[in-house]
Design a protein around this ligand. Structure first.
Ligand SMILES: Cc1cc2nc3c(=O)[nH]c(=O)nc-3n(C[C@H](O)[C@H](O)[C@H](O)COP(=O)(O)OP(=O)(O)OC[C@H]3O[C@@H](n4cnc5c(N)ncnc54)[C@H](O)[C@@H]3O)c2cc1C
Length: 439
C-alpha cells in the first residue's frame, strides 16, 4: 500500500512539474496579440523543456523514486518520454518557424534574435544527436561507457542551450522571477547529475568493498565475492542488484549492474554470478584479489520479500538464475518451508551456472526443480527445448494463483513466458520479471 501511495505521489509531482510551465504562461503579464498556433508552439516548447529537465531525476537512481515502479520501468519510461520530449520541442520549432518564416532571417542578423534562434536550434540538434546515439548505439558499435559519457554531456548541453533560448526569447518569462525560475530549474537538474557522478562516488569511497574471491562456474560464468571494508556491508532484499565498479577509483564510468547471487542473510559477504559477455565481463576472471570494489545499491523490486505469497514459482533462463538463486539461498538460510518450483532453462547441462548449489538447495527447502535443456545429452529424460506454455502447463501446481512468479532470462524468453502464464490463467499482478538489459 505504501509503495502504491508513494508511486502515486511521485507521479503527481512529476505531472505537476511538467504542467507548471502552462501555469506560468497564464500568469500575467502575458504577451498580447498572439495567434493560437504561436501559443501552442510556446506551450509545447515549455512542456518539452520541463520533461527534458526531469529526465535527469529519472536516471539519478534515487531509491524512493525508483522503488515503487522498478528501475527497469523507470529507464524504459525515460527512453520513451525522452523521444516524446524531442517530438514536443521539434514541433515547437516547426510551428514557430512555419508561423513566422522570417524568423530564419535573424540567423544572419546580429543581435538577440539570432542568439535566441541559434540556442534553440543548437539545443534541438544536441537532442537529435543524443537520441540518435542512444537508438543506434549497437549499430554504431559505440561502447557502453563512451555512450554514457556522450549521453551525459549532450544532455547537459541540450538543457543549457534550451534554457538560454527561453531566456533570450523572453516571452512568458518576464518579470525576472520567471526567468530565474527556469534558470534555477536547469541548475537543479544539472545538480542532480553532479550528485550521481560526483557526490555518489564520494559517498561510495567511504563505504568500499574488497574483492575476496573470483571463482569459475559453469557456462563461462564467474562468481565474484566482495566483503565490506570498515563497515557492516549492504543489506539487500534477495533478488535485488547493485551497480559495481572495480578498481581504485569510484569515479570511473566503467560501472555494471549485477544481481546479488548470495543470501540476503549474509551481508558481510556479497556474491555475484557474472557471465562473460562483452568488453567488461570478458575480463572478469582476471580480476585481482584484494582490489577495491564500489557498490551502488541495492536496487530493483523483484524479490520474495516484496511479494509475500503461499509459495513461489521461479523461471530462469541462463544467467537469469542469479537473482533467483539469491532468493532460494535466502529461503534456505531463513528455514523458509513454503513450496517453491524452479524451472531452469539453459543450452546444455554442462553450462548451467550454480547447478550443484541448486541441487543442494533442493535438499534443504521445499524446492522442486525442472531442468530444461536446449541441447540435452543422449540419455536425458527431462524437459528439452524452450519454456513453452505446454511445459508450464505440465509442471505448474494446480493452486498456481496462490503463488507469486519470478521470471529472469533473455528478453524473448521473458516475453514468451509472460504470455504463456497469462494464457494459463496467471494474472500480471502475480508475475515479476527482471530484464538484464537496461539500455
Ligand atoms: C538489473 C540487471 C541485473 C543484471 N544481473 C546480472 C547478473 O547477475 N549476471 C550477469 O552476468 N549479468 C547481469 N546483468 C547484465 C550485465 O550488466 C551485462 O552483461 C554487462 O553489463 C555487460 O557488460 P560488458 O561490457 O561485458 O558487455 P557489452 O558487450 O559492453 O554489453 C553488452 C550489453 O550489456 C548492456 N550493458 C553493458 N554495460 C552496461 C552497464 N554498465 N549498465 C547496464 N547495461 C550494460 C548493454 O545492453 C550492452 O549492449 C544484469 C543487468 C541488469 C540490467
Amino acid at each position: 500500500m505504501i509503495r502504491v501511495l508513494s508511486g502515486l505521489f511521485w507521479l503527481a509531482l512529476y505531472l505537476a512539474v511538467v504542467l507548471s510551465p502552462l501555469l506560468l504562461m497564464l500568469m500575467p503579464p502575458t504577451p498580447a496579440g498572439r495567434t493560437f498556433s504561436t501559443e501552442l508552439s510556446a506551450a509545447l516548447g515549455f512542456i518539452g523543456l520541463a520533461q527534458m529537465g526531469l529526465q535527469f531525476v529519472l536516471i539519478a537512481r534515487f531509491r524512493p523514486v525508483t522503488e515503487p515502479y522498478g528501475i527497469d520501468i523507470i529507464l524504459q519510461y525515460h527512453r520513451q518520454i525522452g523521444l516524446a520530449s524531442l517530438a514536443l520541442v521539434s514541433s515547437h520549432a516547426v510551428i514557430a518557424i512555419a508561423e513566422r518564416p522570417a524568423l530564419l532571417g535573424s540567423l544572419w542578423a546580429p543581435g538577440g534574435g539570432r542568439t535566441a534562434l541559434l540556442t534553440g536550434l543548437a539545443s534541438i540538434l544536441a537532442f537529435v544527436l543524443l537520441a540518435g546515439l542512444s537508438l543506434g548505439q549497437r549499430r554504431l558499435r559505440l561502447g557502453y561507457e563512451a555512450w554514457r559519457v556522450s549521453h551525459a554531456l549532450l544532455g547537459l548541453l541540450m538543457l543549457g542551450l534550451a534554457t538560454a533560448h527561453v531566456v533570450h526569447v523572453g516571452h512568458y518569462v518576464s518579470p525576472g522571477w520567471k526567468r530565474l525560475l527556469w534558470v534555477a530549474f536547469a541548475a537543479l537538474m544539472a545538480g542532480v547529475l553532479a550528485y550521481l557522478r560526483l557526490l555518489q562516488p564520494l559517498l561510495q569511497r567511504s563505504r568500499p568493498y574488497r574483492v575476496v574471491a573470483v571463482e569459475p562456474d559453469r557456462g563461462r560464468t564467474w562468481i565474484l565475492a566482495v566483503e565490506p571494508e570498515g563497515h557492516p556491508g549492504m543489506r539487500f532484499l534477495p533478488g535485488q542488484f547493485a551497480w559495481i565498479k572495480l578498481g581504485n577509483s569510484a569515479y570511473t564510468f566503467q560501472e555494471h549492474p549485477f544481481s546479488f547471487s548470495s543470501s540476503a542473510e549474509v551481508p558481510a559477504r556479497l556474491e555475484f554470478g557474472i557471465k562473460e559477455l562483452g568488453d567488461f565481463t570478458a575480463g572478469i576472471g582476471e580480476t585481482r584479489l584484494e582490489i577495491r570494489a564500489y557498490l551502488d545499491g541495492p536496487h530493483g523490486s523483484m524479490s520474495i520479500d516484496r511479494y509475500p505469497a503461499a509459495g513461489y514459482v521461479f523461471i530462469a533462463g541462463g544467467i537469469g538464475i542469479t537473482p533467483i538463486v539469491s532468493m532460494l539461498r535466502t529461503m534456505a538460510d531463513r528455514d523458509d518451508r513454503r513450496p517453491a518450483l524452479l524451472i531452469y532453462a539453459d543450452d546444455a547441462w554442462e553450462n548451467m551456472p550454480v547447478r550443484d548449489e541448486i541441487e543442494a538447495l533442493a535438499r534443504r527447502i521445499a524446492l522442486d526443480v525442472v531442468w530444461v535443456l536446449e541441447s540435452p545429452p543422449e540419455a536425458w529424460q527431462g524437459e528439452t527445448g524452450w519454456v513453452t506454455a505446454g511445459l508450464l502447463e505440465r509442471h505448474l501446481p494446480d493452486e498456481r494463483i496462490q503463488r507469486h512468479f519470478f521470471v529472469c532470462g533473455p528478453n524473448p524468453m521473458i516475453r514468451s513466458v509472460e504470455s504463456s502464464l497469462h494464457g494459463l490463467g496467471v494474472p500480471s499482478r502475480l508475475i515479476e520479471a527482471e530484464r538484464f538489459t537496461l539500455v
